[in-house]
Write a protein that binds this ligand. Structure first.
Ligand code: PHE
Length: 446
């Protein structure tokens, strides 16, 4: 029943690492991390984030991957095989989460494509903040343009996934992820060598113990989850394509390290540039679409740098969106027995229809509020603060408790010290459930 999932495989360990890092490194790293870290006390946010990533985060990456490789199916099948019908249901819920995330993630992905084309045409940068704000407003508020770009971005995502795991997702990640790294490094060096860049570094990395508030720590926890793509069935699905001989703990460490490195590089690119030109660091969503073009307008070769920057944004958005779509498509092929082609076409139609709601929620439908939030904000809130942590909780309970012996066997290898496995167990069994439950409660009450 899950043959279409099991038939596919990553061609190598590096293929899996790059695809998983591609999922992890997304708009979260480039768009959210820089201003989120700054707003939450700099190092007081970054330190717990790094700590969470290399403890609970990496343990959950290992757990999801191991469950996937054990079950060799889509998220619902693999979780069901490891833990029975209740966990099959949580797996199916994770598929639904991935669908919901993609419906609004693709809206922002579409804006990135639109800005990239503007940048290539030499029109993205301007020294006039009002013009830039108007341009961003035009794009997101008229609705129609947002919907067109959503369509284009979903086409790009579906066009990759239709080729399958190895020829589609892996090939895309193998080309784009190293290119992304080189591009980001160039941009970081350029940004750090601007006069006045030090203030941005200071904003990002300053540490005062009083900033280490429960709120900053919980926000760091939430960001860890989002940035590692946990709780949405991604790594369970990707794990199902992992060759037997690949050692999961080492590969998971790589994914976590690449993800942290990308967030830090993004922060060290954006903040120094923003400060060097005396702009507001807390511009939120507008940061990469309004503030950054302003920065580029003041640099030599600014048009070219802007185009490179938007290439990076499109790359990170696309390698994350293909992972979300793969979760949905694997479910449709594995559970509903659709061919990959049909599944992708059906998912495209459903995602486009669903995505129109958040896309229009910045303009024509902005008055329509759900619990006081626009459709876009509501979806983001429900997915990031509730569904993903709940999915992570299910994985922690499954891997750390009922399925532990099988998971432990999957993680063990002659090269792996027994101590490592014992630590992973404590993290999954004790720490992860408590932390995730507290984070969930806090976001519900707070
Ligand atoms: N990790 C991605 C980012 O940082 C977002 C994402 C979340 C992707 C969940 C897939 C699943 O942008």
């Amino acid at each position: 029943m899950t043959h279409s999932a099991t038939a596919s495989q990553w061609s190598s360990r590096i293929g899996f690492i790059l695809a998983s890092a591609g999922s992890a490194i997304g708009l979260g790293a480039i768009w959210k991390f820089p201003y989120w870290a700054g707003a939450n006390g700099g190092a007081a946010f970054i330190l717990p984030y790094v700590l969470f990533t290399f403890t609970v985060g990496v343990a959950l990456v290992m757990a999801e991957t191991a469950i996937g490789r054990l079950g060799r199916g889509c998220a619902a099948v693999s979780m069901g095989r490891a833990g029975g019908p209740v966990f099959a249901l949580t797996g199916a819920a994770a598929v639904f989460t991935a669908f919901l995330i993609l419906s609004y993630y693709a809206v922002v992905g579409g804006w990135c494509v639109s800005y990239l084309l503007d940048a290539i045409a030499g029109q993205a940068v301007s020294a006039d903040a009002v013009t830039l704000r108007e341009r961003f407003g035009d794009l997101v508020e008229t609705g129609g343009r947002s919907v067109v770009w959503l369509f284009v971005f979903l086409l790009m995502t579906c066009g990759t996934v239709i080729f399958g795991v190895e020829r589609g997702i892996e090939r895309l990640s193998r080309i784009l992820m190293p290119a992304l790294f080189v591009l980001m490094l160039c941009l970081t060096v350029r940004s750090l060598t601007l006069p006045g860049a030090a203030a941005g570094v200071e904003y990002l990395l300053h540490f005062s113990p009083e900033d280490l508030t429960p709120e900053a720590i919980l926000n760091a926890m939430g960001y860890t989850f989002f940035s590692l793509s946990l709780g949405a069935g991604i790594l369970v699905t990707y794990g199902a394509y992992l060759p037997r001989e690949t050692r999961i703990p080492g590969a998971s460490m790589w994914v976590a390290a690449l993800s942290v490195q990308a967030s830090l590089l993004a922060g060290l690119t954006i903040m120094p540039a923003v400060f060097a030109f005396g702009l507001a660091p807390d511009a939120g969503p507008g940061l990469v679409f309004v503030t950054i073009p302003l920065v580029f307008s003041q640099l030599p070769l600014g048009g070219l740098l802007a185009a490179l920057f938007y290439v990076c944004l499109v790359v990170v958005a696309l390698t994350s969106s293909v992972s979300l779509l793969e979760v949905v498509v694997a479910h449709m092929t594995g559970r509903w027995h659709l061919s990959r082609r049909r599944a992708v076409v059906a998912a495209f139609a459903a995602l486009f229809a669903a995505g129109c709601v958040p896309a229009l929620s910045f303009g024509p439908w902005s008055d329509w509020r759900i619990f006081g939030r626009t459709a876009f904000d509501f979806l983001d809130f429900v997915c990031s603060n509730l569904l993903m942590p709940a999915g992570g909780l299910a994985v922690a309970l499954l891997a750390g408790r009922s399925a532990w012996p099988a998971v432990a066997a999957e993680l063990s290898s002659p090269a792996c010290r027994p101590g490592t496995i014992a630590v992973v167990r404590v993290l999954l069994r004790r720490l992860a459930p408590v932390l995730v439950a507290v984070a969930c409660l806090q976001s519900l009450l707070g």
